[in-house]
Ligand binder design. Structure first.
Ligand code: DGL
Length: 271
C-alpha cells in the first residue's frame, strides 16, 4: 500500500442514505477533510438481512473505498458495525471506526441510573452488539433492546413527525418506557431524524443518544494519532457514490442533509 497522505479522503459507508447523519457531523466538525460517501442502495435494507449477507456487502464496499485511496473508513451503518466490523478490518489496511462503541461510550457518559434502552434494526438487535460494547467498557448497566423495523421506511418517506409516526413509536417504545430506561441509544443511522417524536414519547427525563458526534470525535482522534489530520484552511472535497438509483439518492440526500448534493456516481457491484 502506498503511504497515506493527509489530503486523502475519509471513507464513509452506509447501507443507504441514513449514514448521511454521520457524514453531516463529520463535515461540520472537520470541514477541511475530504469525504467520500458510499450508499449501498442496491442492497438496502441491511437491517433485515443475515449477518453473512451484510458482511459480504460491507466488505465489498470497504474494498471499493480502500481502492479510492481513503486514509480511514467510518462504518456509519449500525447493522454493518454490529455484524461485519471484524471482517471489514481484515479486508482493508486503513483504520476503521464503527458507530457501536462510540454510541455505547456516549450513553455511559450520561446515564444516571444505569438503565439503558437500545433501539435499532432487527439485525443489530439480534447481534447483541450494544450490550456487548457496554459490557466491554466495564459498565454494569441494565439494557433493554427493541428492534424498530418500521422507522427506516418512515424516515425515508419523509414522515419524521406526525400521528402515524408517533403511533408506531409509542408501540415500539412501550417496553422501554415500562422498563423506565433513563437513556436511549438511537442505534440506527435513520433514527436521529425522529428525535422530536422519540423525545415526546419517552419523556423529557430520558437522554437520547445519537452516536454521530462521538463517532466524529473518535475519527478525529484516530487521525491525529496517526498524524493524518488534513491541514485547515481549505475546504475538503465531497464525493458521493451509490450502488443503485443515484438520482433517488440525490433527491433524498437533499432532504436529509438540508442542502443539495451536486453529483452522485453509480458504482454497481456484480452480486
Ligand atoms: N443503516 C442501517 C443501520 O444503521 C439502517 C438501514 C438498513 O436497514 O440498512 O442499521
Amino acid at each position: 500500500m502506498a503511504p497515506l497522505r493527509k489530503t486523502a479522503p475519509i471513507g464513509v459507508f452506509d447501507s443507504g442514505l441514513g449514514g448521511l447523519t454521520v457524514f453531516k457531523t463529520l463535515a461540520r466538525r472537520m470541514p477541511e477533510e475530504s469525504l467520500v460517501y458510499f450508499g449501498d442502495t442496491a442492497h438496502v435494507p441491511y437491517g433485515s438481512k443475515s449477518p453473512e449477507a451484510v458482511t459480504r456487502y460491507s466488505v465489498a464496499v470497504a474494498r471499493f473505498l480502500a481502492a479510492k485511496g481513503i486514509k480511514l473508513l467510518v462504518v456509519a451503518c449500525n447493522t454493518s458495525s454490529a455484524v461485519a466490523l471484524p471482517a471489514i478490518r481484515r479486508a482493508v489496511e486503513v483504520p476503521v471506526v464503527g458507530v457501536i462503541e462510540p454510541g455505547a461510550r456516549a450513553a455511559l457518559s450520561v446515564t444516571h441510573g444505569g438503565r439503558i434502552g437500545v433501539i435499532g434494526t432487527e439485525a443489530t438487535m439480534s447481534s447483541g452488539a450494544y450490550p456487548r460494547a457496554l459490557g466491554a467498557l466495564g459498565a454494569r448497566v441494565k439494557t433493554v433492546s427493541q428492534a424498530c423495523p418500521l422507522f427506516v421506511p418512515l424516515v425515508e418517506e419523509g414522515w419524521w413527525r406526525g400521528r402515524v409516526t408517533e403511533t408506531v413509536a409509542r408501540r415500539y417504545l412501550a417496553p422501554l418506557r415500562r422498563a423506565r430506561v433513563d437513556t436511549l441509544i438511537l442505534g440506527c443511522t435513520h433514527y436521529p431524524y425522529l428525535k422530536p417524536v422519540l423525545a415526546r414519547v419517552m419523556g423529557a427525563r430520558v437522554r437520547l443518544i445519537d452516536s454521530a458526534e462521538e463517532t466524529a470525535l473518535q475519527t478525529e482522534s484516530a487521525l491525529e494519532k496517526i498524524g493524518l489530520r488534513a491541514s485547515s484552511g481549505r475546504r475538503g472535497r465531497r464525493d458521493f457514490y451509490a450502488s443503485d438509483a443515484p438520482e433517488r439518492f440525490r433527491r433524498l440526500a437533499r432532504r436529509m442533509l438540508g442542502y443539495a448534493v451536486p453529483q452522485v456516481k453509480l458504482h454497481a457491484f456484480d452480486s
